[in-house]
Write a protein that binds this ligand. Structure first.
Ligand code: SF4
Ligand code: SF4
Ligand code: FES
Length: 240
């Protein structure tokens, strides 16, 4: 008989919102252990396709690239598609990303998260006329983007940040700030001064208290805390 995996999954049905018991509950599923190296997303897909088609979650690439299947797995945020089943204590407890409005089951409303991302103006801002070919960088200038451009906006960091839980209306959170630093660090961008002006605010940037949950949560092994410190240093340097 196949080895079974136990999963306790948070369910939320918006159509039964007035009936507390039915609208929010934990549902247990049993899934047969599959191929070697099976990932959590494989187990969720098995449930969806063979046991309970009502279970709702986002996913797309299945390869840790699209950032759509962020969830809370045994208390830590991560991506279902790159989390091996083998390393997880059972029953595996799966919840939606914390502190986001829940739409259904594991699907959260990311509107505010992406609004905050938009606030940092995540595009190249330059008055230099567009050259005939690409805008050149030296290898050293290009290296400044390493550890920043790889972000897939999965929200695992921001939703694990206590400062964002408490002040998420005004603190931009680690993902947006990492991306702000990505553009501040880009030698081709000519809006560094304006970008720093926009961040010089006791809430938007300075609510980061170096708790570093974001670093622990990032499935791409990025370091938003270091990026936030880099922005703070840039603000100090330009004053002195
Ligand atoms: S280091 Fe800053 S951004 Fe990261 S979790 Fe802590 S308070 Fe949040
Ligand atoms: S920094 Fe990491 S955890 Fe945060 S959004 Fe980007 S990839 Fe996800
Ligand atoms: S499904 Fe795309 S990152 Fe997991």
């Amino acid at each position: 008989m196949a080895e079974m995996i136990l999963l306790d999954i948070f369910r939320f049905d918006p159509e039964n919102q007035n009936d507390g018991e039915k609208s929010e509950r934990i549902q247990r599923y049993e899934v047969p252990m599959g191929k070697l190296g099976m990932k959590l997303l494989d187990a969720l897909n098995h449930i969806k396709w063979h046991i309970d088609s009502t279970l709702t979650f986002r996913r797309s690439c299945g390869e840790g690239v699209c950032g759509s299947d962020g969830m809370n797995i045994n208390g830590i945020n991560g991506l279902g598609c790159i989390t091996p089943i083998a390393g997880l204590a059972q029953p595996i407890r799966i919840y939606p990303l914390p502190n986001m409005p829940i739409i259904r089951d594991l699907v959260v409303d990311t509107t505010h998260f992406f609004d905050q991302y938009r606030q940092i103006k995540p595009w190249l801002r330059s008055d230099t006329p567009i050259p005939e070919h690409e805008r050149l960088q030296t290898p050293e200038q290009r290296e400044q983007l390493d550890g920043k451009y790889e972000c897939i906006l999965c929200a695992c960091c921001t939703t694990s940040c206590p400062s964002w839980w408490w002040n998420g209306d005004r603190f931009l959170g680690p993902a947006a700030l990492l991306q702000a630093d990505r553009w501040i660090s880009d030698s081709r961008d000519e809006a560094t001064g304006e970008r720093l002006d926009a961040l010089e605010d006791s809430f938007k940037l300075y609510r980061c208290h170096q708790i570093m949950n974001c670093v622990q949560a990032c499935p791409k092994e990025l370091n938003p805390t270091a990026a936030i410190n880099h922005i703070k240093r840039a603000l100090i340097t330009r004053k002195s």
